[in-house]
Design a protein around this ligand. Structure first.
Ligand SMILES: [Zn+2]
Length: 238
């Protein structure tokens, strides 16, 4: 999440014209989808029309730069996606709402085999968590309240990595927040039940916007490992 200031989004008449052009481009995109993309994949969409059987619940930030289906090269019907500010999963009972319902539905009705929490570099939510007195955040009490679900991650980074500042600190918090939200997932009864029967796996990833790499994290706090290296070392272990 990055938060443009009001001045950036509405800069007088020129800004309004620009916004109109942008929305016209969205509509043009829909028309092009129907004309060019849909016909090529008509069979696939017809198969999907009567139901879904996604294998993975993909939980990530609402940030516009993170596109789960692009990063993973997946098709419609494969990912059940939950996006919110800071890829947060409140611990069970803390804030019963959309995220808890998605987790329960994915585990119980859809029977997903994997739940993935994916954080990302330069996350505005994590920057906000590190700067609670930021005037922008003070104008957003709902966001501030939501970010409290990641507060324990900030506490861990402050204690374990007091040497870090700036972008390195944000990155450490991005990683610790993924670990925290994986722990929160375990508090959800539907997740706990599926984990107990061995039919569900939890995964933590961090996506780097600049170089397109994805690293995998474990909950214990080890260093992130680039996914390609993690896959290669698994191959060697076989
Ligand atoms: Zn973010």
């Amino acid at each position: 999440m990055t938060a443009p200031t009001p001045a950036e989004t509405h800069s007088g008449d020129h800004g309004v014209d620009h916004a109109t052009d942008e929305f016209a481009a969205l509509i043009e995109g829909v028309i092009q989808f129907r004309r060019r993309v849909y016909p090529e994949r008509q069979e696939q969409f017809r198969r999907l029309a009567s139901g879904q059987r996604p294998h993975t619940l993909f939980i990530t930030c609402a940030d516009s730069r993170v596109v789960p289906e692009m990063i993973t090269q997946t098709d419609p019907g494969q990912l059940f996606v939950c996006r919110n500010i800071g890829n947060i999963v409140p611990a069970y009972g803390e804030m019963m709402g959309g995220v808890s319902a998605i987790v329960e539905y994915a585990c119980t009705a859809l029977g997903v085999s994997h739940i993935l929490v994916c954080g990302h570099s330069d996350c505005g939510a994590m920057k906000g968590l590190l700067n609670p007195d930021d005037p922008n955040l003070r104008r957003m009490p709902t966001v501030a309240s939501w970010l409290r679900n990641a507060e324990a991650a900030r506490g861990v980074v402050e204690v374990t990595r007091p040497d870090l500042e700036g972008a390195a600190k944000v990155q450490a918090l991005v990683e610790q927040n993924v670990r925290l939200q994986m722990q929160h997932l375990r508090t959800h009864p539907a997740v706990a039940a599926r984990l107990a029967e061995g039919s569900l796996s939890l995964h933590g990833w961090v996506y780097n916007i600049e170089d397109g790499t994805v690293s995998t994290l474990d909950e214990a706090g080890g260093e992130p490992v680039p996914l390609d290296k993690a896959v290669a070392s698994k191959g060697r272990a076989r």
